[in-house]
Design a protein around this ligand. Structure first.
Ligand code: SAM
Length: 233
């Protein structure tokens, strides 16, 4: 009687952990954001398990039913299409309900896009804020305004066709000289981590058709201050 949260690769299939494989082999059923995507992964791993759909459009309705099944004795694993469930993916509601109902929850460590993006950026990673996807319209400007004084490194998920628009908007709020790193296609063949000021990174991507998956890591205000202090010394 338990819920496992099982991270899956964000591009490179070799990033599945031995423990993730063993847990997926041991559970009664797998809850999947997309049963076709997770079905292919399980097939690749030689695992055959009942797959149930658990995605953003049905999570409110299915949470109680799933928790009931676990309470009756089943052990389940939650996976998303890629990375760690509940990180900009469905999962939080189920974890919260399990905790409320006394169901044991265990999240395995494993792939997630923001950690390699943060570390690759070379920006301070002792303190950071994960912002996930910014709202597209309503609330976007307020969120950015609230980050203007942020001293910690900031991490954003963004789609490739919105990358340039986001970076240009960041210039308005954080200034063209703010350091940034755009990680594209992490763990995949064409992975790149483009570092520089916001303006330099905009100039790099402007002539290109941006494709693939993107994480933006933006320096916090303190980092800029330290840089100025250094010049002043
Ligand atoms: N649960 C996932 C995690 O743990 O990172 C995130 C899922 S969210 C729906 C998908 C977003 O994660 C993408 O739009 C992108 O911002 C980021 N992402 C996922 N895989 C990535 C990769 N290989 N390279 C860069 N960013 C990635």
């Amino acid at each position: 009687m338990k819920l496992y949260i099982v991270p899956t690769p964000i591009g490179n299939l070799e990033d599945i952990t031995l423990r993730a494989i063993n847990v997926l082999k041991s559970v009664d059923a797998v809850l999947a954001e997309d049963t076709r995507t997770s079905g292919s992964l399980l097939k690749h791993l030689g695992i055959s398990k009942p797959l149930h759909s658990y995605h953003i459009h049905n999570e409110h309705q299915t949470v109680t039913r799933i928790v009931d099944r676990i309470l009756k004795g089943e052990t389940m694993a939650l996976v998303s299409d890629a990375g760690t469930p509940a990180i900009s993916d469905p999962g939080f509601l189920l974890v919260r309900e399990c905790i409320k109902q006394g169901v044991d929850v265990e999240c395995l460590p494993g792939p997630t896009a923001f950690v390699p993006a943060l570390v690759n950026s070379g920006l301070p990673c002792d303190r950071f804020t994960f912002e996930g996807f910014l709202p597209h319209k309503k609330g976007r400007q307020t969120r950015l305004q609230n980050l203007v004084g942020e001293e910690r490194t900031m991490i954003f998920y963004e789609s490739p066709h919105r990358l340039l628009k986001a970076l240009q908007q960041f210039v308005e709020y954080f200034g063209a000289d703010r350091q940034v790193c755009v990680s594209r296609e992490l763990t995949k063949i064409f992975e790149e981590n483009v570092k520089g000021t916001l303006q330099e990174v905009i100039d790099y991507f402007t002539p290109k058709t941006v494709k693939g998956e993107i994480v933006i890591v933006l320096a916090g205000k303190a980092e800029e201050k330290k840089k100025t202090d250094k010049y002043e010394d």
